[in-house]
Write a new protein. Structure first.
Ligand SMILES: O=c1ccn([C@@H]2O[C@H](COP(=O)(O)OP(=O)(O)O[C@H]3O[C@@H](CO)[C@H](O)[C@H]3O)[C@@H](O)[C@H]2O)c(=O)[nH]1
Ligand SMILES: [Mn+2]
Length: 367
């Protein structure tokens, strides 16, 4: 049987995990998650107009950052944080002081499993992150570290210790995360299929990472979880999580880390407007036909041993090889460097910026 991360004392990760929520709407959805979230610290990234007051339901421990906070804390480096796009959520990853991050959209609710039981998505993500991954050899019985499963015959014993898990990618019942063209041709399609499986995405294989139900180990892969330049003033949107997913997967493969997908499910309630989505993502739909081969072929130097070093190497390749598609990629490659610099300022052990304050915060007991 596989080992859980040795350093874990409290498997609930109550004091080692932050929940990051990007929002431009409201946080009423938290009422449904209260039994599962109330013991965790929330980092709310308020997008859009900072003068708008977002109501945070009573009884949660949270810090809330709006655009004024981002500009104050990062100064000129705030230019790397998107505005008017869910990509802004990555600012929450940067300011969190915890080892694990779970990010969820404000239109994602508690789903039920086939027995009708409420799914504690956070608990499942934690299990996924605390058990190893199997990126080097596919286990046909899926997650071998799960209760009641194991490695199948023929699985090399030399590989059964697995790799540290960096990312846990959850899925969605009801509204699936489809691109705009698919949404347009299948407006009524709902995902009713609950697949009871968690699997490691094999080394060398990319995947479309969706940011709406996602958890990761900040210490292992945090600096690569940049959601890019999207939304206001940018030629593309709704490729924030995709970009991050391609970058983290190449780096996880290089560093021998694992990425899991499957359980847990959440209930995605709101279909965003497919016409608005088409306007945001259409360039990405044809650009990605060149971007994917780029990520499939990129080779990171063996001297790149840290996530930051890998990410900076990747930014050079982006500037060199993708700028021919559009000048946007020159800007994006520079923003990747700015992100790493800002990350270092806020996350270095001796960081002076660590005393930054959000514009709003609250504690669970505050009445
Ligand atoms: O300008 C904005 C728009 C939205 N948000 C917040 O981001 C999430 C996701 O928003 P929404 O549910 O409207 O969008 P979806 O199309 O369902 O999201 C999926 O597409 C990806 C696009 O990037 C996204 O990561 C997926 O989850 C909500 O919490 C909004 O409040 C925002 O902050 N700014
Ligand atoms: Mn949504």
């Amino acid at each position: 049987m596989a080992s859980v991360e040795p350093s874990i004392v409290d498997p609930s990760l109550r004091d080692q995990l932050d929940i990051v929520i990007p929002t431009i709407r409201n946080l009423d959805f938290l009422e449904m998650w209260r039994p599962f979230f109330e013991n965790y610290h929330l980092i709310i990234v308020q997008d859009g107009d900072p003068s708008k007051t977002i109501n945070v339901p009573e009884g949660f421990d949270y810090e809330l950052y709006n655009r004024n906070d981002i500009n104050r804390i990062l100064g000129p480096k705030a230019s790397c944080i998107s505005f008017k796009d869910s990509a802004c959520r990555c600012f929450g990853y940067m300011v969190s002081k915890k080892k694990y991050i779970f990010t969820i959209d404000d239109d994602c609710f508690v789903a039920k499993d086939p027995t009708g039981k409420d799914i504690n998505a956070l608990e499942q993500h934690i299990k996924n992150l605390l058990t190893p991954s199997s990126p080097f050899f596919f286990n046909t019985l899926y997650d071998p570290y799960r209760e009641g499963a194991d490695f199948v015959r023929g699985y090399p014993f030399s590989l059964r210790e697995g790799a540290p898990t960096a990312v846990s990618h959850g899925l969605w019942l009801n509204i699936p995360d489809y691109d705009a063209p698919t949404q347009l041709v299948k407006p009524a399609e709902r995902n009713k299929r609950y697949v009871d499986a968690v699997m490691t995405i094999p080394k060398g294989t990319l995947f479309p990472m969706c940011g709406m139900n996602l958890a990761f180990n900040k210490d292992l892969i945090g600096p690569a979880m940049y959601f890019g330049l999207m939304g206001d003033g940018q030629p593309i949107g709704r490729y924030d999580d995709m970009w991050a997913g391609w970058c983290i997967k190449v780096i996880c493969d290089h560093l021998g880390l694992g990425v899991k997908t499957g359980l847990p499910y959440i209930w995605h309630s709101k279909a965003s407007n497919p016409f608005v989505n088409l306007k945001k993502e259409y360039k990405g739909i044809f650009w990605q036909e060149e971007i994917i081969p780029f990520f499939q072929q990129v080779v990171l130097p063996k001297e790149a041993l840290t996530v930051e070093q890998c990410y900076l190497e990747l930014s050079k390749h982006v500037k060199e090889k993708l700028s021919t598609i559009d000048p946007y990629f020159t800007k994006l490659s520079e923003a990747m460097v700015t992100w790493i610099e800002a990350w270092g300022e806020l996350n270095a052990p001796d960081s002076k910026a660590a005393d930054y304050k959000p514009s709003r915060s609250g504690t669970r007991t505050a009445k």
